[in-house]
Structure formats: structure tokens, C-alpha cells
Design a protein around this ligand. Sequence first.
Ligand SMILES: [Zn+2]
Length: 201
Amino acid sequence: MQSEDIAEFREMEWFGRRIKESRYTLSEHALRFMVAGKISVKDIESVLLTGRVLEEYRNPMRVTSYLVYGAAGEKDVHIVCANGGNNWLIILFAYVPVLPVWSSPTQRRNRGEETMTEHVGACFFCGGALEEIVAGNYDYRHEGKMYVIKRLPVTLCTQCSEKYIRAEVGKNIDRLIDEKTFSGTETVHVVNYELEKDLML
Ligand SMILES: [Zn+2]
């Protein structure tokens, strides 16, 4: 057994223990993937109980984070997580690995094969390729009110779905809201978690 294999085993054991004790937190980024129905809490738990460490990200400014690969049902899932402090596991993000970054769930695509015309850089959070798209719906909160911006130009991470908005577009959104340039209204469903959670027990 190689030394990396021994280190990998210990990390997965540590993650597994945290999962079994529910001693973990989810970042908003991971939560958004859940709300979109792409990855569930159950998927994350099963990957961290049965998967393996693919990559280690060492950073002098913070603790080492780990990319864990595993299968959740039919899906291949990547989870980036770390010891968030006090031995709590923090799930930083979760995504389904895809081209152009991953040629298979465990193999990064050879950089030489990349077609640079499609992307303008790399995602700050996961290193995935970025692409300019027009988003159908973008939820935006402004002074306590919720707005849905339709047909918004954004830079999308093709891997983890993080969206980036250029400064001028952000300013335009604020101006359009200030000027009440609305094309319609939509119903928003509100859940009061604190009030409702006890009914689920
Ligand atoms: Zn990303």
C-alpha cells in the first residue's frame, strides 16, 4: 500500500464518522445545488460514506480541502469538503463532474485538448471552465424584496453552476429595479422553517 493510500483511508474514515454523527454543515453553494434538485443531502452522505479522495487542495491561508468522488445511485458526484473547525465537517460544494473539465468522473481532461474559444477563464470556487450564457431566471434580493430577472447575461461555471455577473450588468439590475421596469409578477412560496420544523418530527 502506498503512503497516499493510507492518508486517503484516514480522511475517508474521518468524513464517514462526521456523516454518521450529522456533525457537518452545508455551504450555501451546496444548498443551491440541492434546491435545484441536482444533488440531495442523501447523495452527499452516501458519497462521503463510500467514496474516495481524488485530490487534495493545500492552501497556506486555510485548511486543506479534499475532493471526494463517489457514486450516488446512477450519478457520479464530486464533493469538496474540509475540517471547518472544532472537528465539524464543512461541505463546500457538490457537483456532477462534466466536460470540459472532466473527461471521466476520475480523470481531468488533458489541458491540451481544451477549446479555449468557449471559455473565458476558470471558476474561482471549483476551477471549472466558464461560459457566457443568458440565464432564463435569476433570483435577486434587493432591500428585502425578491426579484426574478429573466434573460440575464451571466458567466456560468459549466461544472458547479456558480454564476458570475459583470459589474455593469449588476448596476443595470439595480437601476431597472429602482425605475420599477417590471414585466410581470410571480408567486413565491415562503416556508418558515422555525415554525414548521416541529411538525415534521
Ligand atoms: Zn465552479
